[in-house]
Design a protein around this ligand. Structure first.
Ligand SMILES: [Mg+2]
Length: 314
C-alpha cells in the first residue's frame, strides 16, 4: 500500500459530507417521487444547500478523535466524548444545531451521558441494526490500515459498538472498511470487489458464518448485477451497505454514484454518505465537483481536519 495522503483523507471526508448534503433535502422521500441532479437546499429538514447532517457530524467526531489518539482505548473514549459534545453542545454540526439523530444512536449517547463506558453503551438487539454506525465509519480505514485482521476487526467492532453493537452492524462496517482497504491498494474497483469476496469465501477474512450469511448478496453474488428494484434504501444496515456498493459499482464517477444513491429515495443522505466514502476514496478529491465541495457548510474545517489526520496517518 502506498503512503496515505492528505488528499485521500480529504476525499473520504468530503466524499461522505457531499453525499450526505445532497440527500438531506429529500430524506424520507419515497423512490420515484423526485429526481436530484445537483446540490439543493430546504425540503425535508428546511436546511440551506450544502448542509450536512448527523452522518457527517458523527464521521467528524470519529475523525477528530483519530487525529488526537493512536491507542484504541483513547480512540474509543475520545470518539464517545465527541458524540456527547455533539448532542449537548452541537459540536461538529453544520450550523450549530442537531436536526436529525437516529434512535439507537440517541439511546447509546444517553447511556454515555449516564456514565456507561463506550464498550457498554451500544444497542445490541437484532432490531437495532439501523445504518447509524456504518454511516460514520469511513475514516477508520486510515486507522486500521496496516494492522492484522484480528485487530482490524476488533477495532471496527469497538467503534461500531459505541452505538451499534449487534454483529450485523459490526459486520457491515467491517466489510465496508475491508473493501476500502482493497481500493487503497490501487486495484480497480471490480478487481477489489472480487478480492474482497474471495477473502471472505476462503476464510482469510472472518466475521462468523451466521453473520456472513446475512451478507450473501454481497459476498456470494455479484451485487452490481441486481436491478434497482432489488436494492432497498431504507435504514437497515445490510440494505445500506448493499445499496452503497451497488451505486458505486454500477457508475463510473463520483457524481453519478452519489446522485444514484440519493435518487434511490428513503434514507437518501445515509445511502449517499456511505456511497460517497467509497467513491471519494476511489476517484479522488478532484472528482468531487468543486461547486459541491465548496458549497458545504464549514468547508474549510474538512481540509483542516484532513491535514491533522495526514500528519498522523500519512
Ligand atoms: Mg442524516
Amino acid at each position: 500500500m502506498d503512503k496515505i495522503t492528505a488528499k485521500q483523507i480529504e476525499a473520504v471526508l468530503l466524499g461522505v459530507a457531499v453525499g450526505d448534503a445532497l440527500g438531506v433535502p429529500v430524506e424520507f422521500q419515497p423512490r420515484g417521487t423526485f429526481k436530484i441532479t445537483d446540490m439543493t437546499g430546504y425540503g425535508t429538514h428546511n436546511q440551506s444547500a450544502g448542509t450536512w447532517s448527523d452522518d457527517t457530524s458523527l464521521t467528524l467526531c470519529l475523525a477528530d478523535a483519530m487525529a488526537d489518539s493512536r491507542a484504541s482505548g483513547d480512540l474509543l473514549r475520545k470518539t464517545a466524548g465527541n458524540f456527547v459534545r455533539w448532542v449537548e453542545d452541537a459540536a461538529f454540526t453544520a450550523h450549530g444545531n442537531v436536526f436529525d439523530i437516529g434512535i439507537s444512536t440517541s439511546k447509546a449517547i444517553h447511556n454515555l451521558q449516564k456514565g456507561l463506558p463506550p464498550t457498554k453503551s451500544g444497542c445490541a438487539d437484532a432490531n437495532e441494526n439501523g445504518n447509524g454506525s456504518l454511516m460514520r465509519i469511513a475514516p477508520l480505514v486510515f486507522y486500521v490500515a496496516g494492522k492484522p485482521q484480528e485487530q482490524r476487526y476488533e477495532i471496527t467492532s469497538d467503534v461500531s459498538s459505541i452505538t451499534h453493537a449487534h454483529p450485523w452492524s459490526v459486520g457491515a462496517c467491517f466489510i465496508y472498511l475491508e473493501y476500502m482497504l482493497q481500493l487503497l491498494t490501487g486495484k480497480d474497483k471490480k478487481a477489489a470487489y472480487l478480492e474482497l469476496q474471495k477473502c471472505f469465501q476462503d476464510g482469510r477474512l472472518n466475521i462468523g458464518n451466521n453473520t456472513l450469511s446475512k451478507f450473501g448478496r454481497i459476498i456470494r453474488m455479484d451485487i452490481s448485477s441486481l436491478l434497482a428494484s432489488e436494492i432497498r434504501s431504507g435504514g437497515f444496515v445490510v440494505d445500506t451497505l448493499e445499496a452503497a456498493l451497488w451505486c458505486f459499482l454500477t457508475t463510473d464517477n463520483y457524481r453519478d454514484a452519489v446522485l444514484k444513491a440519493v435518487n434511490l429515495g428513503d434514507d437518501t443522505d445515509t445511502t449517499a454518505a456511505v456511497t460517497g466514502g467509497l467513491a471519494g476514496l476511489f476517484y479522488g478529491i478532484e472528482a468531487i465537483p468543486t461547486g459541491w465541495r465548496e458549497s458545504l457548510a464549514r468547508y474549510d474545517s474538512f481540509c483542516g481536519l484532513a491535514a491533522r489526520l495526514a500528519k498522523k496517518y500519512g
